[in-house]
Design a protein around this ligand. Sequence first.
Ligand SMILES: [Zn+2]
Ligand SMILES: [Zn+2]
Length: 160
Amino acid sequence: MKEKYCPYCHNTVDENENICHICNRELTIQCPYCKQMIKAYDEVCPYCTTKLHKPFNPMILIILGAVLSIIWLVINLILITFLNFHPALLLEKDKHGDLLLPLSDYVNIVLETMIITIVPYIISLVNKYKTKIAAAALILNVICAFALIGYFIHLYNIAK
Ligand SMILES: [Zn+2]
Ligand SMILES: [Zn+2]
């Protein structure tokens, strides 16, 4: 027998379930076209054979987030390599004697991008609040992008 997935939380459900035991949404619904009782995960109504509209799939968010996380990883590796070849940049000071490019700033950004972005996607894969966690992680990902871009601009200004 083919596995059935709740169309709302994407967890496995039993064919006999009328309400998803994970997210409590109704799995037995009325076909909007012929009004017969059908399953929410049906792609085509078994009575009137009309193709049914699918609820939003959180996997899109999770995959998008995972791709973004890999991009961050590559950008960070490039930056680490760059700083490795130009270690003097990390020691440059302004007229007050403060470090222009504190390594701690960079470490913070790396930790943010790595932990804040990758971990939530992994959690969202196994959690019932997939869509919400993935959406929140995506927003954090965008915030991290701004932080990283800011650091790059800073680095560029010092390097030139
Ligand atoms: Zn569900
Ligand atoms: Zn129908």
